[in-house]
Write a protein that binds this ligand. Structure first.
Ligand SMILES: [Zn+2]
Length: 277
């Protein structure tokens, strides 16, 4: 090996280590707080500002508040890439996570979940799945959310805000539907407490119909991917396009209303951002 290359050997070594460790540090949350963060005194009033807070009755609201408080105290919510997690961010995440399980058997919500990471915008992640040639592409892909089996959820805040203003995509509902799915050990794409026969019959029929549609009206075509993604997509439409779903997929809407307990045909969307990303 020539001398000058030997001289630079240590530099090359440091560069190689930085290349390996860099992405790991980039993923590290930037504003994680240790210990308990106290809830603001007006947390119930702040929760009431969420668009779907008006879709539940008083008895459900008591259960919702109980679950949100437990979620707040147990799950770490941390910002990435400089995003600052304030009380409204925490309450929006806890609020939507817990709206999905108002009809679940009582107990701590999402017992496996440890962390929710919040990026200000869609984020890049390395690809891990091989393509049709068996190769893993080098290019990272952009994501607005991820759910890691049981323990972690990651979301883009810009997309959460869009959902609060009525966008058809609701990344919180989608990712927390995956979390509920992970709690069901007897089925894919289903919450654990469903009426199993009715659920299987209606969901299978709707899944088959979606597979045949080139341009589905209410359900996003991404739901064709798998029963798990179909469940995520169906839940988004139930929250964001309840009236359209009730009109075009009445059996599906009635199944979801019976299973999750929210009437989502009328929602008052926010007209300004809650927290700027
Ligand atoms: Zn998904």
């Amino acid at each position: 090996m020539p001398d000058d290359l030997l001289d630079y050997g240590w530099l090359i070594g440091i560069f190689a280590i930085a290349l390996i460790l860099g992405p790991l540090f980039a993923l590290r949350p930037t504003s994680q707080k240790r210990g308990k963060v106290p809830m603001p005194e007006d947390w119930k009033a702040r929760l009431a500002r969420l668009p779907h807070a008006a879709c539940i009755d008083d008895a459900q609201r008591l259960r919702w508040h109980e679950d949100v408080e437990t979620f707040w105290n147990r799950v770490t919510v941390a910002g990435c890439q400089g995003f600052w997690v304030n009380a409204d961010v925490r309450l929006t995440i806890a609020g939507y996570a817990c709206l999905l399980r108002l009809n679940a058997p009582k107990g701590p919500p999402y017992p496996q979940l440890k962390t929710v990471l919040v990026y200000p915008q869609p984020f890049l992640v390395p690809q891990t799945e091989p393509d049709e040639y068996g190769l893993v592409p080098d290019e990272p892909i952009e994501q607005i959310g991820e759910s890691w089996s049981g323990e972690r959820v990651i979301v883009s805040w810009a997309d959460v805000e869009a959902a609060l203003m009525g966008d058809a995509v609701n990344v919180l509902v989608h990712e927390f539907a995956h979390q509920l799915d992970d709690e069901s050990d007897d089925a894919s794409g289903a919450p654990p407490w469903r009426d199993a026969d009715r659920w299987a019959k209606v969901m299978q029929a709707e899944y088959d119909t979606l597979q045949r549609h080139r341009r589905p009206k209410v359900l996003d075509a991404y739901g064709k991917e798998s029963p798990e993604e179909f469940f995520g997509v169906v839940m988004e439409a139930y929250f964001q396009r309840g009236a359209d779903m009730a009109r075009h997929h009445p059996a599906l809407y009635q199944l979801l209303e019976a299973t999750f307990g929210l009437s989502t045909e009328q929602v008052t969307w926010r007209t300004e951002v809650l927290v700027a990303p």
